[in-house]
Design a protein around this ligand. Structure first.
Ligand code: NAD
Length: 254
């Protein structure tokens, strides 16, 4: 059991999928969880679910690509739950398309959500963390950034940027006792991967082969990613920073 009582934790993209599992798991360990998501309705439902199960959660509408909206969301969280102690940058988005068929608009969208969204959220929460001389940032990247992923070149590049940014930020913020770590899920069953497969035969073909490529012989569950987040958010991980942990059945080994 990891004790997270007395922690305000903001989870971006916490309404569904991996973010929902992360939010529930953190609330299960006593954290006050703020779900920041572009989808206000589903975020509200997820917060209600957690509160019904005796957790403490709130939802706040935020498009992570918009720094002003993110700052407003952080202010809203501070008012209700206190300053953010732990930020989980989980919101992300992608579609599987061969690079030659993508468009510059698609590149912008992928980079804005998966990379610049992380910058915006970190930028909005770190003044409070620096003032308190404590804090944890956990960024959800992807094994796509570590081993490559056909049809996900731009996304993999953006997630690789998240890993590099996190290492530099970990060095910069160590003097403030703020840790920065990355979790890389492998293919995980979520609304995102279901949508990708529903929209494209190409995605279906690639994702259907994953069980054969992953050493442990299966894709992951959102709960398995959440367990690693709970550990990195806890005091037991106080001496861990600048690390990248794959939770992917051995897809990446390093
Ligand atoms: N599912 C996988 O196989 C997999 C693998 C590796 C990494 N990941 C990463 O895990 C994270 C969660 O993925 P998931 O599969 O649960 O996705 P998902 O689509 O099921 O959930 C993503 C959540 O993020 C929210 N979101 C999207 N854009 C947003 C924005 N601009 N502002 C705020 N919220 C926004 C969505 O509303 C949704 O609630 C992402 O960072 C994703 O890249 C997923």
């Amino acid at each position: 059991m990891f004790e997270l009582k007395d922690n305000t934790i903001m989870v971006t993209g916490g309404a569904q999928g991996i973010g929902k599992a992360i939010s529930s798991a953190l609330a299960g360990q006593g954290a006050r969880v703020a779900i920041a998501d572009i989808d206000e309705a589903v975020a509200g439902q997820t917060a209600d679910e957690i509160n019904r199960q005796n957790g403490t959660a709130m939802s706040v509408q935020a498009d992570i690509t918009d720094l002003e909206k993110v700052k407003q969301a952080v202010t809203g969280v501070r008012k209700q739950f206190g300053a953010v102690d732990v930020l989980v940058n989980n919101a992300g988005w992608d579609r599987m398309i061969p690079f030659v068929e993508t468009t510059p608009d698609f590149w912008d969208k992928v980079i804005d959500i998966n990379y610049k969204g992380v910058l915006n959220c970190v930028f909005a929460v770190i003044p409070d963390m620096i003032e308190k001389n404590r804090g944890k940032i956990i960024n959800i990247a992807s094994d796509a950034a570590r081993v490559g992923s056909t049809g996900e070149s731009v996304y993999a590049g953006a997630k690789g940027a998240v890993i590099s940014f996190s290492k530099s930020l970990a060095r910069e913020l160590a003097r403030n006792q703020i840790t920065v770590n990355v979790i890389c899920p492998g293919p995980t069953d979520t609304p995102l991967t279901r949508q990708m497969q529903a929209e494209s035969e190409f995605a279906q073909k690639i994702l259907s082969k994953m069980d054969k490529v992953i050493p442990l012989g299966r894709t992951g569950t959102p709960g398995e990613i959440a367990a690693a987040v709970v550990f990195l958010a806890s005091a037991e991980a106080d001496f861990i920073t600048g690390q990248t942990l794959s939770v992917s059945g051995g897809l990446t080994m390093s």
